[in-house]
Design a protein around this ligand. Structure first.
Ligand SMILES: *[C@@H]1O[C@H](CO)[C@@H](O)[C@H](O)[C@H]1NC(C)=O
Ligand SMILES: *[C@@H]1O[C@H](CO)[C@@H](O)[C@H](O)[C@H]1NC(C)=O
Ligand SMILES: *[C@@H]1O[C@H](CO)[C@@H](O)[C@H](O)[C@H]1NC(C)=O
Length: 394
């Protein structure tokens, strides 16, 4: 990676006439600023996108370059992509808004609100496709269920609307498979069973009812993930629902012990390489991170421990049930705050971020290594509630 701060001032070229410089450009940029802008763009294009906020403050020139569409063009020309984490964080009484995880100029990770994006509904179902986040349903401030769908373009930080769903949904489950977005449950009137599951055809841009039966009457869900092309959904009453998109129906009966799966599965989970990872604050399998492979029958329980995960911050165990996990380019990233949404203290509230690299060793055991622990967010206002986090490819 190019370390901009390592690039020397132009003290080494005494015979050169100093470049004309617009007022306000910082000194650090002097030598780089003498390069043609297209060349600087190509250099910046190779810097991971989470470092761009740090680069943008070097000088006005870098500020312009990092926000310019030409940079996006240069990145796509060079086929450079990055995995970037977006977290939907609420600060009651305000509705949740998107925050982005980036690296600040001193190298530590930070979570920053994306001010150019509008506030989001409460309790939407969220999926990502490439550089886009689909925010599906949820409720407005007065608690009304929504059928609207908003697509966030993470390259430009702009939004567009999709056709509305056939029914309004709050805390629904959603997953992408077969060129469609499947959305399940969360309906206000659970007896409208014919629309309990519907899907959005990405090519034709239309919603299609699937006529599936209702399999949970509790309304919303705790969490959901797509594992090996099936949508796994955890109900509020610890019920398990597995939707098979190819057949267009819910699976009844699974090969493994479903109560063993739902017993330890909680809202802090994600999928890496088609395996479901979950944070278990109680360490019931002897380790804090556990993993589930639906194709593996395991005698001693469906969850297997991920070995070697040491050095997690204690807050992750204390507030682990409110933590959120995501797959960022094959690594597990977990966000956790040091205050519960269920009781509000005064004082400072922090959010920590933990990065864990994964490795499959001989014999199939999975090992994890904690790569970083950072305080990424601080506030003394209302408790931040991390609704979920998702990764986009930009
Ligand atoms: C990095 O900078 C932030 C302010 O931008 C500061 O709060 C933090 O303590 C710094 N971290 C390190 C490791 O110096
Ligand atoms: C399924 O898992 C639960 C919880 O771990 C356990 O109590 C039960 O005995 C298991 N059932 C079978 C058939 O293995
Ligand atoms: C959260 O953690 C910070 C840093 O350890 C601490 O100063 C603050 O008091 C904590 N807040 C709560 C509510 O525990």
């Amino acid at each position: 990676m190019v370390e901009i701060s390592d690039i020397p001032d132009d003290g080494g070229a005494p015979n050169k006439k100093p470049q004309e410089q617009p007022p306000g450009e910082a000194k650090t940029a002097t030598s780089l600023a003498s390069l043609p802008v297209v060349l600087i763009e190509l250099i910046v294009a190779r810097v991971p996108i989470c470092n761009h906020p740090a680069i943008s403050v070097i000088s006005k020139l870098f500020g312009r370059i990092t926000s310019s569409p030409d940079l996006r063009h240069a990145r796509s020309q060079l086929a450079i992509t990055d995995h970037v984490l977006y977290a939907l964080v609420g600060h009651p009484p305000f509705p949740p808004s998107w925050h982005i995880l980036y690296r600040s100029s001193n190298g530590s990770l930070r979570l920053r609100r994306v001010n150019t994006l509008p506030p989001m509904p409460y309790g939407p179902a969220v999926v990502t496709i490439g550089h886009e986040i689909y925010v599906i349903g949820g409720s407005d401030v007065s608690g009304r269920y929504l059928s609207s769908v908003t697509v966030v373009d993470c390259r430009t930080h702009t939004c567009r609307s999709l056709p509305s769903m056939r029914v309004a949904r709050l805390r629904a489950a959603a997953g992408v498979a077969n060129g469609r977005i499947y959305v399940m449950g969360g309906c206000e009137n659970i007896h409208r069973s014919k629309d309990w599951v519907e899907s959005f055809d990405l090519e034709r841009q239309v919603w299609i009812g699937t006529g599936g039966e209702v399999s949970d009457v509790s309304g919303g869900f705790v969490t959901y993930d797509v594992v090996k092309e099936k949508l796994y959904v955890l109900g509020l009453t610890r019920s398990l629902h597995v939707f098979e998109p190819k057949e267009g129906k819910l699976l009844t009966g699974v090969a493994y012990n479903a109560s063993d799966l739902t017993g330890l599965w909680q809202g802090s989970s994600c999928v890496v390489d088609d395996l479901l990872y979950n944070f278990d604050p109680g360490c019931w399998r002897g380790q804090p991170i556990i993993v589930f492979d639906p194709e593996e029958g395991v005698e001693e329980g469906v969850w297997k421990p991920v070995r070697g995960v040491y050095g997690l911050p204690p807050q992750l165990y204390w507030y682990g049930f409110e933590s959120k996990m995501a797959n960022v380019g094959g690594k597990l990233v977990i966000l956790v705050g040091n205050q519960s949404q269920y009781w509000n203290y005064y004082g400072d509230k922090y959010i920590w971020c933990v990065e864990i690299a994964l490795e499959r060793r001989q014999g199939g055991e999975i090992w994890g290594r904690v790569e970083s622990v950072d305080v990424v967010f601080k506030t003394s206002e209302s408790t931040p509630i991390i609704e979920l986090c998702r990764t986009v490819i930009v």
